[in-house]
Design a protein around this ligand. Sequence first.
Ligand code: MLT
Length: 409
Amino acid sequence: MATINLNYNKLAAGYLFPEIRRRTEAFLEENSGVEVMMLGVGDTTEPLTPAIIKGMHDAVDALGNADTYTGYGKERGMPELREALSERYDERGVLVKPSEIFISDGAKPDSANIQTIFGPADIVAVQDPAYPVYVDSNVIAGRTGGFNEKTGKYEGIVYMPCTEENGFFPEVPDQKVDLIYICSPNNPTGAVATVDQLSMLVDYARRNKAVIIFDAAYAAYVSDPNLPRSIYEIDGSKECAIEISSFSKDTGFTGVRLGWTVVPYDVIVKDTSPGEIRSAWNRRMDTFFNEAPNVSQAGGLAALSGQGREECQGLVDYYMRNAKVIKGGLDDMGMVTFGGVNAPYIWLRTPDGMGSWDFFNKMLSEAHVVGTPGVGFGPSGEGYFRLSAFGHTENIEKAVDSIRKNLRL
Ligand code: MLT
């Protein structure tokens, strides 16, 4: 008789964003005709740019012709795309070989799957709050015990609190951990790690033969030249860090799907030699994946052309103007906000210590604005709330206006 993977039963609740959608739909059912403004999930809204559309159209045309049709692609992704990404790292003074880059269908699946190449008993540390995929994927893989309702934590996971006091970047763990998930610019807090902060973590990882899994999905939002966009800007990181990136947030590929992961040859863990961890990820991709869609890859390549990059910067600037509107509006109301400067998320402290889900309900019922409750990202997110700057500017302005007029503080 087949059995189910019982680790699924440990998962504390449904995945965060479907849960928000469920609650929003329930509200709309009871309040038909009300216009709700969505600043919850970080989903892009602006159209793909002309260079990208042309790249994708050309790829579709090629598929429609017997002479240019292609089926399965090359392992690890189109060589030209991996070359172009490698060159982009080069501009930041970082050497990433094309053969260390694995093209995928997005940062989310890679964030969930990367843990499969590590030992089942490895101890996982996460920033708290964090993008839920890091924790949930490790729960499903069996690296944790049950969920403790009182603490809001899974047994066996090391939660590294990110608080106002530490600028939303964690201290290095005071115990030995093996896999450390870091996201910068951070989802959800909008904090960006500095070179010094990342250097401390890299030192820790090298001392303990731990691996940092660095989620750089929002790297394009860093405009401050002193802040790193890649973990590989930190000395020694190629021995201990894997970087996961995305075309979703700056190219608008949340629906098209395209991302990449860098696994350097130099990454080593216990009893491995250089190249083995990279080979394990290669093997995993060979077995479980058949390359990202060729039309998406053509779009990604176009996005990395001179014109594509200029246009994508335009998208980033657009969403960052939204971030300014949200942050400015809330600050003017006397709310305490964080992030929203080199990141597309605004993290706010709920008024009067209100619980995150209570504030979610208040925002929805009074201002008709959907955001994301901080506690959905981990226990240290309790008492905070996230607003996303992805959206049409008119809607963002309307939402801020409604918060200003209707939220009873
Ligand atoms: C978020 O809102 O946290 C993200 O958009 C979710 C994702 O990228 O999967």
